[in-house]
Design a binder for this molecule. Structure first.
Ligand code: CTP
Ligand code: MG
Length: 254
Protein backbone atom coordinates (compact mmCIF):
# COMPACT_ATOMS: atom_id res chain seq x y z
CA UNK A 1 0.00 0.00 0.00
CA UNK A 2 1.37 3.42 -0.84
CA UNK A 3 0.22 6.38 1.23
CA UNK A 4 -1.33 9.49 -0.33
CA UNK A 5 1.57 11.98 0.10
CA UNK A 6 -0.83 14.92 0.56
CA UNK A 7 -1.67 13.45 3.99
CA UNK A 8 1.96 13.38 5.09
CA UNK A 9 4.14 16.13 6.58
CA UNK A 10 7.81 15.76 7.46
CA UNK A 11 9.62 17.92 10.00
CA UNK A 12 13.37 17.85 9.30
CA UNK A 13 15.12 19.22 12.37
CA UNK A 14 18.29 21.02 11.31
CA UNK A 15 18.62 23.74 13.97
CA UNK A 16 21.38 22.12 16.05
CA UNK A 17 24.80 23.69 16.53
CA UNK A 18 26.84 20.60 15.72
CA UNK A 19 29.10 21.11 18.72
CA UNK A 20 30.40 17.55 18.82
CA UNK A 21 31.34 17.73 15.14
CA UNK A 22 33.48 20.73 16.10
CA UNK A 23 33.30 22.68 12.84
CA UNK A 24 31.99 25.89 14.36
CA UNK A 25 29.00 25.96 11.99
CA UNK A 26 25.54 24.36 12.24
CA UNK A 27 25.83 20.67 11.41
CA UNK A 28 23.27 20.83 8.59
CA UNK A 29 25.61 23.25 6.75
CA UNK A 30 28.65 21.00 7.00
CA UNK A 31 29.68 19.62 3.63
CA UNK A 32 29.92 15.93 2.90
CA UNK A 33 31.51 15.04 -0.45
CA UNK A 34 30.78 18.54 -1.76
CA UNK A 35 27.18 19.05 -0.61
CA UNK A 36 25.68 20.02 2.72
CA UNK A 37 24.29 17.42 5.08
CA UNK A 38 20.87 19.08 4.69
CA UNK A 39 20.93 18.54 0.92
CA UNK A 40 21.87 14.89 1.39
CA UNK A 41 19.07 14.46 3.91
CA UNK A 42 16.55 15.98 1.50
CA UNK A 43 17.71 13.66 -1.32
CA UNK A 44 16.50 10.53 0.47
CA UNK A 45 13.34 12.14 1.78
CA UNK A 46 12.22 13.69 -1.52
CA UNK A 47 13.17 10.61 -3.56
CA UNK A 48 10.84 8.60 -1.33
CA UNK A 49 7.83 10.54 -2.59
CA UNK A 50 6.35 9.90 0.86
CA UNK A 51 5.38 13.47 1.72
CA UNK A 52 4.02 16.56 0.05
CA UNK A 53 4.72 18.89 2.99
CA UNK A 54 8.28 19.31 4.26
CA UNK A 55 9.34 21.79 6.93
CA UNK A 56 13.06 22.24 7.56
CA UNK A 57 13.71 23.68 11.01
CA UNK A 58 16.80 25.93 10.79
CA UNK A 59 18.75 27.84 13.46
CA UNK A 60 17.10 31.12 14.37
CA UNK A 61 18.73 33.90 12.33
CA UNK A 62 20.13 31.46 9.75
CA UNK A 63 20.38 32.78 6.22
CA UNK A 64 22.65 30.14 4.66
CA UNK A 65 20.39 27.10 4.93
CA UNK A 66 17.46 29.24 3.78
CA UNK A 67 19.49 30.35 0.76
CA UNK A 68 20.30 26.72 -0.12
CA UNK A 69 16.61 25.82 0.03
CA UNK A 70 15.59 28.85 -2.04
CA UNK A 71 18.19 28.11 -4.74
CA UNK A 72 17.49 24.38 -4.78
CA UNK A 73 16.05 22.20 -7.55
CA UNK A 74 12.36 22.10 -8.46
CA UNK A 75 11.71 19.30 -6.02
CA UNK A 76 12.44 21.73 -3.15
CA UNK A 77 9.18 23.55 -3.96
CA UNK A 78 7.41 21.58 -1.26
CA UNK A 79 10.08 22.47 1.32
CA UNK A 80 9.71 25.46 3.66
CA UNK A 81 12.14 26.76 6.29
CA UNK A 82 11.02 27.47 9.86
CA UNK A 83 12.99 29.00 12.77
CA UNK A 84 14.06 26.45 15.38
CA UNK A 85 14.47 26.58 19.15
CA UNK A 86 17.18 26.10 21.75
CA UNK A 87 16.48 22.37 22.17
CA UNK A 88 15.49 19.62 19.76
CA UNK A 89 11.96 19.29 21.23
CA UNK A 90 11.44 23.03 20.73
CA UNK A 91 12.60 22.73 17.15
CA UNK A 92 10.23 19.82 16.52
CA UNK A 93 7.42 21.88 18.04
CA UNK A 94 8.16 24.80 15.68
CA UNK A 95 8.07 22.43 12.70
CA UNK A 96 4.85 20.85 13.86
CA UNK A 97 3.14 24.24 14.19
CA UNK A 98 4.17 25.02 10.61
CA UNK A 99 2.56 21.93 9.05
CA UNK A 100 -0.84 22.40 7.42
CA UNK A 101 -3.77 21.40 9.67
CA UNK A 102 -5.04 18.76 7.24
CA UNK A 103 -1.84 16.72 7.52
CA UNK A 104 -2.76 13.60 9.48
CA UNK A 105 0.57 11.75 9.36
CA UNK A 106 3.64 13.56 10.73
CA UNK A 107 7.22 12.30 10.43
CA UNK A 108 10.06 13.79 12.47
CA UNK A 109 13.53 13.39 10.98
CA UNK A 110 17.05 14.44 12.00
CA UNK A 111 18.90 16.27 9.21
CA UNK A 112 21.97 14.71 10.82
CA UNK A 113 20.79 11.26 9.58
CA UNK A 114 21.71 12.53 6.17
CA UNK A 115 22.00 9.22 4.29
CA UNK A 116 18.66 7.72 5.36
CA UNK A 117 17.35 5.74 2.36
CA UNK A 118 13.92 6.50 0.81
CA UNK A 119 12.59 3.07 1.85
CA UNK A 120 12.69 4.02 5.54
CA UNK A 121 10.45 7.08 4.97
CA UNK A 122 8.04 4.95 2.96
CA UNK A 123 7.89 2.16 5.56
CA UNK A 124 7.33 4.56 8.48
CA UNK A 125 4.58 6.52 6.68
CA UNK A 126 2.91 3.27 5.59
CA UNK A 127 2.93 1.82 9.10
CA UNK A 128 1.24 4.96 10.49
CA UNK A 129 -1.31 4.87 7.64
CA UNK A 130 -2.07 1.26 8.57
CA UNK A 131 -3.13 2.43 12.03
CA UNK A 132 -0.08 2.73 14.29
CA UNK A 133 -0.17 5.88 16.48
CA UNK A 134 3.62 6.05 16.62
CA UNK A 135 6.36 4.29 14.66
CA UNK A 136 10.12 4.14 15.20
CA UNK A 137 12.71 2.58 12.88
CA UNK A 138 15.04 0.32 14.83
CA UNK A 139 18.20 -1.69 14.31
CA UNK A 140 19.78 -4.33 16.55
CA UNK A 141 22.60 -3.13 18.80
CA UNK A 142 26.00 -4.67 18.24
CA UNK A 143 27.63 -3.51 21.48
CA UNK A 144 26.86 -4.97 24.87
CA UNK A 145 24.94 -2.25 26.74
CA UNK A 146 25.30 -1.92 30.51
CA UNK A 147 23.45 0.18 33.04
CA UNK A 148 25.89 2.08 35.25
CA UNK A 149 25.59 4.22 38.36
CA UNK A 150 28.69 6.24 39.05
CA UNK A 151 31.50 3.89 38.02
CA UNK A 152 29.58 0.76 38.99
CA UNK A 153 27.76 -1.59 36.59
CA UNK A 154 24.30 -2.30 37.95
CA UNK A 155 22.76 -4.36 35.15
CA UNK A 156 23.37 -5.86 31.73
CA UNK A 157 20.08 -5.98 29.78
CA UNK A 158 19.67 -8.87 27.35
CA UNK A 159 20.97 -7.53 24.04
CA UNK A 160 18.34 -9.47 22.11
CA UNK A 161 15.66 -7.16 23.50
CA UNK A 162 17.57 -3.91 22.84
CA UNK A 163 17.27 -1.77 19.70
CA UNK A 164 18.94 1.42 18.55
CA UNK A 165 16.25 3.86 17.45
CA UNK A 166 16.60 6.07 14.41
CA UNK A 167 14.55 8.65 12.55
CA UNK A 168 12.23 9.30 10.74
CA UNK A 169 9.80 8.62 13.55
CA UNK A 170 6.19 8.64 12.38
CA UNK A 171 3.02 9.66 14.18
CA UNK A 172 -0.64 10.08 13.85
CA UNK A 173 -0.41 13.90 13.67
CA UNK A 174 -3.06 14.50 16.36
CA UNK A 175 -1.18 12.23 18.76
CA UNK A 176 2.07 14.11 18.15
CA UNK A 177 0.34 17.50 18.59
CA UNK A 178 -1.14 16.30 21.88
CA UNK A 179 2.20 14.88 23.05
CA UNK A 180 3.94 18.18 22.38
CA UNK A 181 1.18 20.15 24.10
CA UNK A 182 1.71 18.01 27.21
CA UNK A 183 5.48 17.95 26.94
CA UNK A 184 6.20 20.15 29.98
CA UNK A 185 4.86 17.45 32.28
CA UNK A 186 7.64 15.07 31.33
CA UNK A 187 11.30 15.39 32.28
CA UNK A 188 14.18 15.01 29.87
CA UNK A 189 13.11 13.65 26.52
CA UNK A 190 15.47 12.44 23.85
CA UNK A 191 12.97 11.64 21.13
CA UNK A 192 9.38 12.18 20.19
CA UNK A 193 8.33 8.57 20.61
CA UNK A 194 9.30 8.87 24.28
CA UNK A 195 6.63 11.55 24.75
CA UNK A 196 4.03 9.29 23.21
CA UNK A 197 5.19 6.31 25.31
CA UNK A 198 4.81 8.35 28.48
CA UNK A 199 1.19 9.00 27.50
CA UNK A 200 0.65 5.24 27.55
CA UNK A 201 0.21 5.01 23.77
CA UNK A 202 1.83 2.01 22.06
CA UNK A 203 4.83 2.66 19.83
CA UNK A 204 5.39 0.30 16.89
CA UNK A 205 8.82 -0.72 15.59
CA UNK A 206 9.73 -0.95 11.90
CA UNK A 207 13.00 -2.00 10.33
CA UNK A 208 15.61 0.76 10.36
CA UNK A 209 18.66 0.91 8.11
CA UNK A 210 22.35 1.12 8.98
CA UNK A 211 22.62 4.03 6.51
CA UNK A 212 20.29 6.07 8.74
CA UNK A 213 23.12 6.50 11.28
CA UNK A 214 23.41 9.96 12.83
CA UNK A 215 26.39 12.12 11.92
CA UNK A 216 27.46 13.20 15.40
CA UNK A 217 31.24 12.96 15.71
CA UNK A 218 34.00 13.69 13.15
CA UNK A 219 34.45 9.98 12.38
CA UNK A 220 30.72 9.72 11.48
CA UNK A 221 31.27 12.42 8.88
CA UNK A 222 34.25 10.51 7.48
CA UNK A 223 32.08 7.42 7.10
CA UNK A 224 29.31 9.44 5.41
CA UNK A 225 31.86 10.96 2.99
CA UNK A 226 33.22 7.54 2.06
CA UNK A 227 29.72 6.16 1.48
CA UNK A 228 28.66 9.10 -0.72
CA UNK A 229 31.87 8.93 -2.76
CA UNK A 230 31.46 5.21 -3.25
CA UNK A 231 27.87 5.69 -4.45
CA UNK A 232 29.07 8.43 -6.83
CA UNK A 233 31.69 6.05 -8.27
CA UNK A 234 29.15 3.30 -8.77
CA UNK A 235 26.85 5.80 -10.53
CA UNK A 236 29.70 7.11 -12.74
CA UNK A 237 30.60 3.57 -13.77
CA UNK A 238 26.97 2.84 -14.57
CA UNK A 239 26.75 5.99 -16.72
CA UNK A 240 29.89 4.92 -18.58
CA UNK A 241 28.36 1.54 -19.17
CA UNK A 242 25.22 3.30 -20.48
CA UNK A 243 23.11 2.09 -17.60
CA UNK A 244 22.61 4.95 -15.10
CA UNK A 245 20.43 4.51 -12.04
CA UNK A 246 17.22 6.52 -12.23
CA UNK A 247 17.39 10.06 -10.86
CA UNK A 248 14.89 10.80 -8.09
CA UNK A 249 11.58 11.69 -9.75
CA UNK A 250 11.13 15.48 -9.53
CA UNK A 251 7.39 15.03 -9.30
CA UNK A 252 7.25 11.98 -7.10
CA UNK A 253 5.17 13.66 -4.38
CA UNK A 254 3.24 16.25 -6.37
N1 CTP B 1 18.34 19.90 16.52
C1 CTP B 1 17.48 20.98 16.30
N2 CTP B 1 17.38 21.98 17.22
C2 CTP B 1 18.14 21.96 18.33
C3 CTP B 1 19.02 20.88 18.59
C4 CTP B 1 19.10 19.85 17.66
O1 CTP B 1 16.81 21.01 15.27
N3 CTP B 1 18.05 22.98 19.18
C5 CTP B 1 18.46 18.85 15.50
C6 CTP B 1 19.87 18.78 14.91
O2 CTP B 1 20.00 19.76 13.87
C7 CTP B 1 19.97 17.35 14.41
C8 CTP B 1 19.01 16.59 15.34
O3 CTP B 1 18.26 17.58 16.07
O4 CTP B 1 19.56 17.19 13.07
C9 CTP B 1 19.78 15.67 16.28
O5 CTP B 1 20.58 16.44 17.16
P1 CTP B 1 22.15 16.30 17.34
O6 CTP B 1 22.67 15.15 16.58
O7 CTP B 1 22.43 16.43 18.80
O8 CTP B 1 22.68 17.60 16.55
P2 CTP B 1 23.31 18.92 17.16
O9 CTP B 1 22.52 19.37 18.34
O10 CTP B 1 23.48 19.86 16.03
O11 CTP B 1 24.76 18.40 17.60
P3 CTP B 1 25.50 18.66 19.01
O12 CTP B 1 24.59 18.08 20.06
O13 CTP B 1 26.81 17.97 18.88
O14 CTP B 1 25.62 20.17 19.13
MG1 MG C 1 22.41 18.12 20.11
Amino acid sequence: MSVDPSRVGVIVVAAGAGERLGRGIPKALVRCAGRTLLEHALDGLLASGAAEHVRVVVPRGDTELRAILAAGPARYQRVEAVDGGASRPESVHAGLDALPDHVDIALVHDAARALTPPSVFQAVARTVAEGAAAVVPAIPVSDTIKVVEGNRVTATPDRASLRAIQTPQGFDAQTLRRAHAEQDRYGVITDDAMLVESMGIPVTVTEGDPLAFKVTMPHDLMLAEALVRQAQEVQAEAVQAGNPAQEPAEDAAK
